[in-house]
Design a protein around this ligand. Sequence first.
Ligand SMILES: Cc1ncc(COP(=O)(O)O)c(C=O)c1O
Length: 396
Amino acid sequence: MVLSRRDDAACAPGQHLDWLRDELAELTQSDLLRRRRTFAKSQSVELQLDGQTRINFGSNDYLSLAGHPALRAAAHRALDEQGVGAGASPLLAGRADLQRQLERRLAQFEEAEAALLFTSGYAANVGAITSLVGRGDAVYSDSHNHASIIDGCRLSRAQVFVYPHNDLDALEQSLEQGGGFRRKLIVSDSLFSMDGDFAPLETLLPLAQRYGAMTMLDEAHATGVVGPGGRGYAAACGLLQQVDVRVGTLSKALGASGGFVAGRRELIDWLVNRARTYIFSTAAPPSIAAATLAALDLLDHDPTRGPTVQDKAQALRQRLEAAGWNVGASRSHIIPLILGDARRTLDLSDQLWQADMYVPAIRPPSVAAGQSRLRISVCYGHTLEMLDSLASALGA
Ligand SMILES: Cc1ncc(COP(=O)(O)O)c(C=O)c1O
């Protein structure tokens, strides 16, 4: 006999998600609800958002390449010749010749033996970490690392040690404690995405060496825009060869989309065989590789773009600091204005919006509670007038 069961938890079809209404109301109440704006035309320093034109200080298109004619033309050619989708995972359908060329080019760029393309920087981080450490291993991660690193650490099933931001004494204490691990991995952003400051590589890399730990550096916000020829912060410090696993994105300064890992040939062979975000996901469209190759050509021909961005950012930062804004430890093209309170941050973002500027408000969980901020990203295409308008609107 089948008994029909009803208990207190049972509810009518269609009502199982009613709890979401309360959760969303709670987010609204605490000024943490996110909503999306819609942009028209390409990413650039002038953006049409929700039908209104604004100066864009919210993009990671640091070199202003996303809408560049050379990238568009390269992508168009690839679309005409190779179509839109890649068809399947690279292990099933193969990688496009353009992707093979790009992997070689990125390996040269990173002065590494080999490189591997992922569909996003997020996938690169998760795929790399989960392939390198597992049960019985330890991973050491900066508290301000990007969510994709945090998720990679969690998914890896290794023991995770989170050290306070850039606090290498705390990192060393954890390394000292940790006995008996099969493998150790230290992972850090090179340029922190919400703070605009850098990891102390000169101390961190020798520390890793002393404790026999592998090192992984995420250069997502530095690739293309920091260091000699845009080779990133480790290259700027002359330490590229000391980083075992180098991660970069194509999605930000290079104006395209996707991520990569570069390093020893065995590392890449291992990731091809183990990284689930590579193996079980359709490859990126070949047109993306074509656009990225065009971006790298542009960087080769005009290496001044990155330094120009840094100069503009430094001038703006100095002005804002002089006017009393808390820009934290920023030393790059990412400048936070740390306000603390989520409501105040939203209000200031709205005021700037009314003054024709888009500066996104960053709130928890993107930053810790009480650390809400505006995040200004300075890009190559920002004119001095645009930067001046922002500074003036902020009373600087
Ligand atoms: C430090 C860092 N790593 C990785 C990523 C992810 O890169 P992607 O946007 O290509 O997935 C981001 C994205 O913002 C990031 O800030």
